[in-house]
Design a binder for this molecule. Sequence first.
Ligand SMILES: Cc1cc2nc3c(=O)[nH]c(=O)nc-3n(C[C@H](O)[C@H](O)[C@H](O)COP(=O)(O)O)c2cc1C
Length: 349
Amino acid sequence: MQTATHDSTTAANGWIACLTYKSVATASPGAGDLQSLVTKARARNRRLGITGMLAFENGCFFQTLEGPPAQLDLLWSSIKQDTRHSHIDILSEHVVTSRLFSEWDLLIDERFLDVPAARSPTPPAVAEHIARIVALALDGDDIRLNALIAGFADEGWTGDAVVSLLIEPAARALGDVWMEDACSAIELTIALSMLQLAGHAVRYAPASEMIRKSRYTIMLATAPGESHMLGTSLLADQFTDAGWKVEMAFPESEQALLNQLGAQQPDAMDIGLSDALPRQHALIDLRSAIAHSRLAALGRPTILSVGGRLFADAAASAASVGADYARKGIAGSAIPIAELVRQNRQRQP
Ligand SMILES: Cc1cc2nc3c(=O)[nH]c(=O)nc-3n(C[C@H](O)[C@H](O)[C@H](O)COP(=O)(O)O)c2cc1C
């Protein structure tokens, strides 16, 4: 198959061809096989100026590739003949003016490789607390869970520490449990809701004067269709405490998000992906939602921030989805968002 045809003039003008397909693996690849495929692919992609992402799940590959049309054609003629997969189904093929994966020669879900994502080690005591929180949340034992979280505050932990050292890591650990098939989607959702409720009981460090006096408006939205709202809900506490006017949105679709944004015209909007699951596949839709949000908010330019596990793990950045800011977590996020709104307001006539 040919990628969308372009002559050398359009390529020179910076057009980027973008191709997404899925295919079936002919044999079940081990982590080592995937590692070797990805290492070689990254080196070649870098040479060709190709960026993109590759996922492997349930015996199927899912890949997005983007780059100068001639180079993408060349690479595609290799990939489509590769005997490691078959039943190639092209899902989309188009030409764009900017890349989605500008920072990745090939983004891969690190779970499929031998090399774990680099993370700073968690001290053993904290790791034990997280394991206990996960166990209680999965048991649905909200009484003990709330008592445990309240106990940390009594010991002198700040709300910011409870959220960033315990609640957010516990949400990610719950996501891992689900990905290992050790709990059901409903158990995961209930456990996350319990963490969310426990999180509302903690108090964040008081916001600075600059934030409290600003009285800006913010719309806190889950990404369209996102079922996990832990981060969005806890973020609401911080902005409400700081005196901001807070609107919440849990849109089913991009259009529903745009409608609410158009009606509210807030100073800032945060779009949250799951804090539990990586959601790599959601990046394409998130980028679209952000691009269209900028149009919907033309009357009053809005600062757009994003958050969720994908951004906390530092796998994705704000630039990759066209946002102004990517939150690494919940605690303290109000400060940089407020500063960006302030700068934005100053730029307006
Ligand atoms: C699912 C899948 C995705 C692949 N993605 C890439 C890729 O992004 N870049 C790359 O150079 N090779 C990729 N490869 C490997 C290529 O098919 C091919 O083996 C490699 O580019 C060497 O090509 P050549 O044998 O024509 O020299 C992929 C293979 C498979 C099965």
